[in-house]
Design a protein around this ligand. Sequence first.
Ligand code: NDP
Ligand code: OXD
Length: 313
Amino acid sequence: MSIIVAVEGWSPADWIEGLKAVAPDRAVLTPGDDVDLAAVDYALVWKPRPGYLASLPNLKVIFSLGAGVDHLTSDPDLPDLPVVRIVDPDLTGRMTEWVLLQVLMHHRQQRAYDAFQARKTWKSLRQWSSADVRVGIMGLGVLGIDAARALSGLGFPVAGWSRSPKTEPGIDCYSGEAGLGPFLARTDILVVLLPLTEDTRGILDASLVDRLAKDGPLGGPVIVNGGRGGLQVEDDIVAALKDGRLRAASLDVFVTEPLPAESPLWDAPNLTITPHVAAESDPLALSRYVARQIAAFERGEPLQNLVDRSRGY
Ligand code: NDP
Ligand code: OXD
């Protein structure tokens, strides 16, 4: 029973160590090892080389090392096997921290105070209440709902938008194409926690910016994207920041990562950039999660947090 850890863009060492600690009876390998491909039962992957998973003839389950699975669904040769994604309270809590940090930074005008401090200027700005700032969350899944509850707890009027209709106490829930317009029209700060699918690619474009509320206290709408870079049309975001249709934005994710030095985003006004760190996974906690799921699977129990391949998330 072998487990292969195939990750691109970061070192697999922490994962290998984590898995060996929680599943000492398994061989834990990486594609660089002298691997008997036919002996691999499970794969833990992040951005695996397209076609690699199809080369493992006896693979049983694919575990995504992220909550998002666009790094897998983009593989045209992805085998027709169960794909399990990460759902973990530690990761969820980290994303909610990042969302709160960004929303509060815009709400409390922290960027302006940073600029005053750099000029040794003691100056106060008029401050409105959280009850005056309408936050809208695109994607009311595991991460979106947790952030929505936390923001609502701070007094922000919160709405959410999802594919299927939802009800959640204290949150105004909108869904589908018909719900998008009214959801955007009542939103001052738009938090984006959508997966990247064929339906959501490029959704954050100039026309969406123009549909956001313009009468809020911040002086214009704000976008906070912790979902995926492919959701945003980056030239549209830069243009809207430059001409003031967007008051500000916070982006953790980008079409190309690492963000290239020549990207105009680096110099866009009122833009806060973090390098895809909103919610990093804890390898030991998540190794336990994977080991638990493998043990359950081998007892004949159902896998949890399976990706719906037809929806793409
Ligand atoms: P979930 O699958 O739990 O939630 C996805 C939400 O998006 C659901 O509410 C779903 O609607 C909604 N949705 C999907 N497609 C559409 C659509 N076409 N129109 C409207 N709503 C849609 O995912 P998570 O909350 O766990 O994660 C969300 C994303 O966050 C991940 O896919 C990943 O890209 C990103 N992420 C980023 C991280 C980072 O560090 N920056 C870390 C972790 C995740 P419905 O409820 O109806 O299905
Ligand atoms: C994820 C991520 O999808 O870290 O978990 O982006």
